[in-house]
Design a protein around this ligand. Structure first.
Ligand code: BDR
Ligand code: CA
Length: 310
């Protein structure tokens, strides 16, 4: 199985991504590192543990990481995810303990203890933990097989400002460190995730599985989509973070192009904008595989089938 570490700020869509990973035998989750993002760290690390217990996997190690971005003040998104970050289902308080190690220590120590190319990082939130790990021990960069990231928006524009997507906007300086790290990166931007819509038919198919995981997932999706559905007038909301995990299981569901991605960290107007050299008009290194297309029916078929295994 492919070894992954999930860095996350749950978040309903983060939660579904974690469930998809835990349901997939192709993937071995070495640990989950929580970061401040959708809600503060105390809630994201707790939510991560709630999700592991929902999946009956209290053995998965969960670590708490950065409480705030590198430079800017923390911006959260309770208006999307609710007060707890995981509003929708009534999940019990977790009984499994948080691992005592700091997430950045876990990232550095685990990467240094494995051979180069063994570990893939799946990032579903602001990139603060990953940047801190890279700054603390630059030797980890050549050891990471790949970063598969939910972040950015190109042709689609931003979802928190006209220019910026939430994960990059919250910590643009961390994103800048990551995109300059030389690590191969696969980017799932809004251009992809806005095509992965939780339509009523798709949510009903998940609920129909009838398991506690399926029912809780349907409740999470229904809560989460309210905001985007109203905002965009679409049938269902975009299911961002599970696209990262689906790519690792079935990469053929996605299509994109290798190009350069740079992050704006200076201008207030376009802070956190991901600037993509789609047409290769610069000599900048092609540091990312930027996805643009998704087989959305295939994606939901995969997700639904996998959730049925939990
Ligand atoms: C990203 O922001 C968060 O609200 C979601 O969990 C996702 O990771 C989408 O912009
Ligand atoms: Ca997220």
């Amino acid at each position: 199985a492919r070894k992954i570490i999930i860095d996350t700020d749950p978040g309903q869509d983060d939660a579904v991504a974690i469930l998809l990973a835990l349901a997939s035998p192709e993937l071995e989750v070495l640990g989950i590192t929580a970061v401040a993002g959708n809600v503060p760290l105390a809630l994201t690390e707790k939510n991560a543990r709630k999700v592991c217990e929902l999946a009956c996997r209290p053995d998965v190690r969960v670590f708490a990481g950065a409480k705030r971005p590198l430079v800017r003040d923390l911006v959260t998104a309770e208006h999307v995810h609710g007060k707890t970050g995981l509003d929708g289902p009534e999940l019990p308080e977790p009984r499994m303990a948080l691992d005592g190690r700091h997430a950045v220590d876990f990232l550095v120590e685990t990467l240094m203890a494995h051979a180069p190319g063994e570990i893939t990082l799946c990032t579903l939130g602001p990139l603060t933990n990953i940047a801190l790990a890279l700054l603390r021990e630059p030797e980890i960069a050549p050891r990471v097989r790949e970063i598969v990231m939910m972040g950015g928006g190109f042709f689609e524009g931003g979802n928190v400002t006209p220019a910026a997507e939430f994960n990059i906007y919250v910590d643009p300086h961390a994103a800048d460190v990551v995109f300059r790290s030389g690590i191969p990166i696969v980017v799932m931007p809004l251009d992809v995730t806005h095509k992965a819509l939780t339509t009523a038919v798709r949510v009903a198919a998940i609920r129909k599985l009838g398991t506690p995981v399926a029912v809780a997932t349907a409740q999470m999706l229904e809560f989460f989509e309210r905001f985007d559905e109203q905002k965009y007038g679409s049938d269902g909301g975009p299911l961002h973070d599970p696209c990262v995990i689906a790519y690792l299981i079935e990469p053929g569901l996605f299509g994109g192009r290798r190009c350069n991605v740079s992050v704006e960290t200076a201008s207030e107007l376009t802070m956190g904008m991901t600037v993509v050299d789609w047409w290769g008009v610069t000599e900048r290194p092609k540091n990312a595989l930027v996805m643009r297309d998704i087989d959305d029916d295939g994606f939901f078929a995969l997700l639904t089938a996998r959730l049925g295994r939990l």
